[in-house]
Design a protein around this ligand. Sequence first.
Ligand code: AMP
Length: 281
Amino acid sequence: MVLQKHIQLIDKQLKRLKSEGLSVGFVPTMGALHQGHISLIKASKKACDITVCSIFVNPTQFNDKTDFEKYPITIDRDVELLHDAGCDILFLPSVKEIYPKGLANSNKIDFGFLAQTLEGEHRPGHFDGMAQVVERLLRVVKPDKLFMGQKDFQQQLIVAELIRKRKLKTKLVTCATVREKDGLAMSSRNVRLHDEARKQSLIISKTLKAVKRKVSSSKAAIAAIQKWGYSQLAASPGVEVEYFEIRDATNLKPEVDKKKKLVALTAAKVGGVRLIDNMLL
Ligand code: AMP
């Protein structure tokens, strides 16, 4: 695995590889890697000749300063995991390399409702910062395929829109959420859960699964099932629920028609750690 820290150098290397006719898959991350990230590396390796992973804790997408400061950094282990997974190039840029003119975003994309609802409502500015760095990284790597996780459901819908609006030549591939054996969606933030909170967090995936069952097998209306899901989390000790919503999976609009492609999405704080999860219904 080659480690690249500078845009000029990774650009040169990728140009050479592409000129040999090799296809490039890209997995952008913020590090503190786990098997969820590694599943994306594996998907990229299967579909593309060369796999590039980036690790960049993007300051512009954190609306909460403490969350940014507490974001876990485990670079030595990350390098080991990526090497073992067969990643070809690790791009590890500095903030200055990504934002040479400073952090201000002068060319924001208007994603409309898609970026205003759910996470957009609870983390103002988050998606502007996310789109800013993803566009920057895509313009550096220019991958044939971009691999992202369903775990960040709203994020992958917004990135699909970013690719469309900016007319980029990358195909987005969304990969299934990888979970711990007991159901908790893997996340870099999980290491911050203390023992009690780790146990309490299980209610999130349990509720999503129960809601999926209810939507497919009960006659109850979507609104009633959504309310039930919310109340399950709200009544659970140690859980501070932010939202529990059933939405149209293509545009996140509130939807009551069981025949549509639906997704249940939730965000909750457990032991002071903010967790998100979702399930297609
Ligand atoms: P992050 O490092 O949290 O910014 O995530 C980098 C990429 O990994 C994003 O596309 C995430 O959606 C994806 N990802 C994070 N957790 C998981 C998971 N448990 N399963 C699958 N993909 C994930």
